[in-house]
Design a protein around this ligand. Structure first.
Ligand code: HEM
Length: 427
């Protein structure tokens, strides 16, 4: 599968401007995320519900960084994996024009508690995600083979659809007070978006990307199928538990989720152990940390379901799932994907481009150290309920974010220069 992936990769790559606009935006919003966290550190630890700076912060991370990266990576890599071109590059461009401004308006509306902006932003961001949904479904429909990966993509997209629909309903409920159960809706939205959409797509892409980057055989198909089956059933049971207020159902879902994650991690550890490339560098430090954070988030979730969370338990849970697992994983993936795509696009014309010749690789070290230090200090600050420690973590994360952003900007500048030199139309 990996051979098949790489053999056709160059011919089916989209113009670099398509994925790189999403990656650049993701890196920018990642820096902004830490900056807002630094600014509003005092409001984070005790957050539970409602609009305001912390909700904007959550969506800067989820819609601004995670979803943005997933859109860029899916548009670029899925057509290569499925051997089917996306339906019209213009639709991919249209998606960015609708989604990115829509997200900015939504995040600002959330930050400022400005409901009309939230509604308009939610409409446009939701429309963008609907376009993304149809692009992906159209691409994976009828694909033969790679059943486990395709199952991850299908499940992830259906959960995204549901998460966005509930997200829009949440905004309408905040604005018009429809008398809906905001807590159950918000919790369902959390499970669907973080574990349904984002985690499943991250796990699905792991089965392609991790063996490719580590040069190792892909994990067994059966492993992937067992993992996705457990995870999908776990998410459905969790939704039933939230909406029927039955904690035991949530506990069953959490345990089943741990089994599903166990299958995933077993597959990834097998890949890691059988790899031919021995030195995997900084990106894999991040990816391995994220693999510890995911089960930790589920264990901490179980502690909460059992009623043993201390005061800031929810904030710690959100931190473990969003920053610890997803942001750490996607930072690691971005650190591998950006040089990989940069060298593929850069070698289209002229000689091949080495990752180290594109930009200073130490920027990635800065990114990793800043991100991990940020994670540790923000977690510590939440645990001991100390704003200064959270602010320190945010400051370190911000410096790390600048490392990633600088790398992306340098690569984009290099690619556009190369494109201009070969005078072959817009980047
Ligand atoms: C157009 C799309 C979306 C809209 C309009 C939206 C809207 C909202 C709103 C209004 C809330 C606040 C609920 C409340 O506390 O009263 C919320 C919470 C949240 N959203 Fe979204 N959202 C969207 C997409 C997403 C996505 C794609 C993700 C993750 C990948 C996400 C992650 C979260 C998280 C983690 C929370 C916190 C839930 C909680 O407090 O338990 N959202 N969203």
């Amino acid at each position: 599968m990996i051979g098949r992936f790489l053999s056709g990769a160059k011919n089916r790559l989209l113009p670099p401007s398509v994925p790189f606009r999403f990656f650049t935006a993701a890196a920018l919003f990642y820096v902004l995320f830490w900056a807002v966290l630094f600014w509003k550190a005092g409001e984070v630890a005790g957050y539970r519900l409602g609009s305001g700076p912390v909700l904007a912060l959550i969506h800067l991370a989820t819609l601004g960084v995670l979803t943005m990266t997933v859109i860029g990576a899916s548009l670029q890599l899925l057509s290569v994996a499925t051997r089917k071109a996306f339906r019209g590059v213009w639709i991919c461009r249209l998606l960015s024009w609708v989604y990115i401004p829509g997200f900015i308006v939504l995040a600002y509306g959330m930050f400022a508690n400005w409901y009309p902006a939230m509604l308009i932003g939610a409409g446009f961001a939701g429309l963008g995600l609907l376009i993304f949904f149809f692009l992906i479904i159209d691409n994976i429909r009828g694909v033969r083979g790679m059943a486990a990966i395709m199952a991850h993509c299908w499940a992830s997209m259906l959960f995204l659809f549901a998460a966005v629909a509930i997200g829009i309903l949440l905004v309408v409920n905040l604005d018009y007070g429809l008398d809906l159960d905001q807590i159950s809706l918000a919790s369902s939205h959390f499970i669907l978006a973080i574990f349904g959409f984002m985690s499943l797509i991250a796990m699905g892409f792991s089965y392609i990307l991790v063996p490719m980057f580590a040069i190792a055989p892909a994990p067994s198909e059966k492993n992937g199928r067992l993992s996705i089956a457990c995870n999908v059933v776990a998410i459905i049971i969790a939704l039933a538990g939230i909406n029927s207020h039955q904690d035991w159902l949530l506990m069953v879902a959490d345990i089943l989720g741990m089994v599903g994650v166990g299958f995933y991690l077993y597959g990834m550890i097998t890949v890691y152990k059988t790899r031919m490339r021995k030195r995997l560098g900084t990106p894999f430090v991040l990816i391995r940390v994220s693999w510890v954070m995911l089960p930790l988030a589920l264990i901490w979730g179980a502690v909460g379901i059992g009623g043993y969370w201390p005061q800031n338990g929810y904030a710690l849970f959100a931190l473990l799932a969003i920053i610890g697992w997803l942001l750490t994983f996607l930072n690691g993936v971005l650190q591998r994907i950006i040089p990989f795509l940069g060298s593929m696009h850069g070698s289209n014309r002229g000689g091949p481009l080495l990752a180290s010749s594109m930009a200073d690789m130490r920027l990635f070290d800065l990114n990793a150290v800043g991100h991990l230090a940020g994670l540790v200090f923000v977690a510590l600050g939440i645990i001991i309920d100390n704003d200064t420690v959270i602010r320190l973590g945010a400051g370190l994360g911000f410096i790390g974010g600048l490392g990633l952003f600088s790398y992306v900007v340098i690569v984009v500048g290099l690619l556009s220069r190369k494109q201009r030199e070969s005078a072959s139309g817009p980047l």
